[in-house]
Design a binder for this molecule. Structure first.
Ligand code: ADP
Ligand code: MG
Length: 327
């Protein structure tokens, strides 16, 4: 099983950003309304994710760290409609096999917490009492300390941090109801409070995507055939110097999908006659039963049961929105 963990780690844990993605998804799954991420040296030295979610019961700890132990699938039927982010039950085990991992947790509003530490492939878990408020803190130190070959593939501190920050940004855009705080080497990079209104959401989008995006963006919120599309799309007056600004979420999950990109691009091209890559932050909400979540743990792919309908809905909705403002 130890070797299996390290092989799995190769699939799931590529760099600090992939660790952060898994840890924050766990915090979201645990129902956290606030997540604090603290990293040092681009995450290689330290990544600490603290949440105010439901916590892990001490007796569930060994299970949480063993492969394919997930508390998130209760019936086989759930595989058909995966709602929670994590469903494979191997992230913690994989991460702990290539780092020094420490978990502090408490399931209660009052009462003491506990702490567990593991180090590398040996997976010696030491559990003991430790104070912690309700929720969990997962600390990952010295990523790849025991796998030099993997460590060699890490880039500069700045590059690793950029990837990590990108993950947090995507997650923050996916959950307006959750507060996200990110610090790097003690410096506050993002302090995003929970959003209760469209105005607050737009503030968050501006803070994550830059004020220029929001200043040139149109708001959309439309529904048809059991599908809802909402979010913001930038007009061509928004010129970007950075990389593509394309965020698409299906039922809260980050998705990169050809069908989606095609529908958006086609609407832009049809109405505005420009071939540039459009910039958008969009959310599709639909019955989970009509979308298959790809089984690969790190890829953001989906398969829609009826791709045609989804494509047409996206295309028509955006076409109408853009046509309304065409100069
Ligand atoms: P998965 O998320 O796919 O179930 P993980 O390896 O990521 O697998 O996590 C294993 C288990 O540990 C989870 O199913 C959950 O029960 C528990 N867990 C991990 N992180 C947290 C957290 N921050 N809060 C509460 N429980 C957690
Ligand atoms: Mg998980």
């Amino acid at each position: 099983p130890r070797l299996a963990n390290q092989i799995a780690a190769g699939e799931v844990v590529e760099r600090p950003a992939s660790v952060i993605k898994e840890l924050v998804e766990n915090s979201l799954d645990a129902g956290a309304s606030r997540i604090d991420v603290d990293v040092e040296s681009g995450g290689v030295k330290l990544m600490r994710v603290r949440d105010n979610g439901g916590g892990i019961a001490q007796e569930d700890m060994p299970l949480a760290l063993s492969r394919h132990a997930t508390s998130k699938i209760y019936e086989l039927d759930d595989l058909e409609k995966v709602v929670s982010m994590g469903f494979r039950g191997e992230a913690l085990a994989s991460i702990s096999s290539v780092s020094r991992l420490c978990i502090l947790s408490n399931t209660q509003e009052q009462g003491a917490g506990w702490k567990a530490e593991t180090e590398g492939r040996d997976m010696q878990v030491e559990v003991g009492p430790a104070p912690h408020p309700k929720g969990s803190t997962v600390e990952v130190r010295d990523l790849f300390f025991n796998t030099p070959a993997r460590r060699k593939f890490l880039r500069t501190e700045k590059t690793e941090f950029n990837h990590l920050e990108e993950v947090i940004k995507r997650q923050a855009l996916g959950r307006f109801d959750v507060g996200f705080h990110l610090r790097h080497n003690g410096k506050v990079i993002h302090a995003l409070k929970n959003c209760d209104s469209q105005l607050e959401q737009e503030r968050r989008v501006a803070s994550v995507c830059g004020p220029a995006f929001m200043q040139n963006a149109l708001h959309i919120d439309t529904e048809a055939m059991g599908l809802r599309l909402w979010g913001w799309v930038a007009l061509p007056t928004f010129s970007r110097s950075q990389a593509d600004l394309q965020h698409f979420y299906v039922n809260g999950r980050v998705i990169r999908d050809k069908l989606v990109t095609h529908a958006v691009r086609q609407a832009y091209r049809d109405v505005l006659f420009h071939g540039r890559h459009p910039a958008f932050v969009l959310y599709l909400e639909c019955d989970p039963a009509i979308v298959d979540v790809n089984v690969h743990p790190t890829k953001h792919e989906v398969r829609f049961r009826d791709g045609r309908t989804v494509h047409d809905f996206l295309f028509r909705s955006l076409h109408r929105l853009l046509a309304d403002v065409r100069p």
